[in-house]
Each structure stands twice: as C-alpha cells, then as structure tokens.
Write a new protein. Sequence first.
Length: 320
Amino acid sequence: MVSAELVGEENGFDRTALKELLELTTKTYRHAIKRANRMTLSETFYSSFEINDMVNTINALGDGNSEMNYRLEKIMKKSQHSNSEEIVQKMGTTNEHGQLVFKDNPPRAKHLGPLLYQQVVAGYNFYRQNAREDVRVFLANFHISDIIRYSVGVGSFGTRCYLIMLTGLDGSHIVLQVKEALPLRYNLLSLQVQEAIHNGIRAGRRIVTAQRVLQSSSDPFLASTRFGGRSYYVRQFRDMKESINVSKLDLDSFQLYCQVCALLLAMAHSQSPTSPLIRGYLKHQKVLDEGLADWSLQYVNQVRKDYQAFKQALHPHQQK
C-alpha cells in the first residue's frame, strides 16, 4: 500500500485519486479473502493464476475494469522468451580455452576466488541432495561451467548472491541463482549478527517451505542449501519471469495492477496457517478500506523523512 502510494505520486497521480485507489485495493483484498473462504480446500489449492483468470476474478468481485488486460498479455508473451539460454547469450562469453563462461561486469557481476568457488560448489552439491527427486535426476545430466557473484535488487542489498551456469550433455544450459537466506528479523534485533546468522543456518529451508505453501506455481528447482556457515536458497534464475514498468502505467492500469497484487496476496494468505485469523479480523471490516488508505498516506510521510535523514547521513561526495 505504501509502495503503491509512492509510485502513484512519482507518476503524478492526484492524491485524492490515489486514496481511492488504495481503498479499492484493500477492498479487493478483503473480497478475495472472503471469496477464498467460500471455496473448498481443493478449489483454493488448485486456483488458477493465469492473467485472464485473475482479471476475470477481479471483475467478478465487482472491483475492476479490463484496461490493463492487453498490457498483462504482452508481458506474458515477453516472459516466454526469458529463459536460461537467453540469459547465457546475454551474460556469457567464450574464454581463451573455448569454454562458455559468465562475463565479468564489476561491481554487479564478478568471478570468485578459488576458495569461495569451492565453497559454492560444495553448496551446490548439498543443494542437489535437498532438491526434488525428479530435479536431482535431471541435474545429473549437467555439470558446472562457471560461477559468479551477482548483485541483485535493492531488497536483497548487502546479502550474498551467486549465479551458477550449468551445461548439459546436449549443450543446453540452466542458470541457477543462489541467494543468502537471512535469519528472522527479531533475531537480528536481539542477537549479535554472527550469532543470529549461526542460529539461522536453516533459514533457507524456512524460506523454501513458505514459498511452496504461499506460491501457486513454485519453481521446481527451489530448494535450500548451506555453505561457509550461512544458509541459502536456490531457484532458477529469471525463468519465464517478467516485470511491469509501473512508471509507464496510467491511473486505470495502475489501479488494476494494484488489484492483481492484492488478489495474489489474498490467495497466498488464504493458504497460510494464519488464514482463519485473517478471515476473522476482516469480517465486517469495511472501515478497514479507508483506515489502511489513511495509514499508508501517513506512512509515506515517514518514509520521506527517513530518506532525507539517510541522505543527510551520507558523505557529501556520495549524495546525488
């Protein structure tokens, strides 16, 4: 909700219109939770998350329009071309030995030293033991061609992340992403960092379990591993994934985008162990729509204050 308000303001949308957008987004979430409660367990488990089905669901809830349908379809078609082979073509090069390896692109992409390389290899071997049986059989046909450290998005800033290029017996490729799994936030608040990391050595398994429960189409390569005293989770890198450039959306399209996010969140929450608590809290809570919208608008002001404090704390040459 706060992110939606920030993006909306950056896009130049009227704040009154944005408040209505936030209220409708909350309403979509409430209605989706209520709808899931009327479904059988099997219906919830096998819910479709095809783009057209989600748009139709929002319309059926009486909360939407179809303005962004064509944009979503375009993104779905584009995502079909986002796979390991395309990634290898973009990020790969042939070295002096005629082998296909990742390009160095510091500081974002950088090759590892010998010791760290062997640690990641050991982590990959441990990952294969934790992967699904069909994935283990499949990966038996591949070998490691290269590994790089790869910086990812803002949300994972400061954590360790690696890409592993695998080459199959037929010359095809798979690119796996190995991401550090951080310990629970309250452990970081109550313990020393190294102690929290040690206690969170199974954090990767916790994240993998949560993703499998909450995501309807979980990555078959998703599994946990550990090496170097830290916990990680592994997934296929950018396979059939695409994103929406929200800065290009008009108000109606941005509204539907927020509603799709609310629907996905509601369906995930409906499969979580806390689902009964959520349903009970939302029952007869129409006032929540306006309440959450008001809270989000107030929190945006706090975000801006925090950002200004952050900029003031930077060294002068770091400020832009």
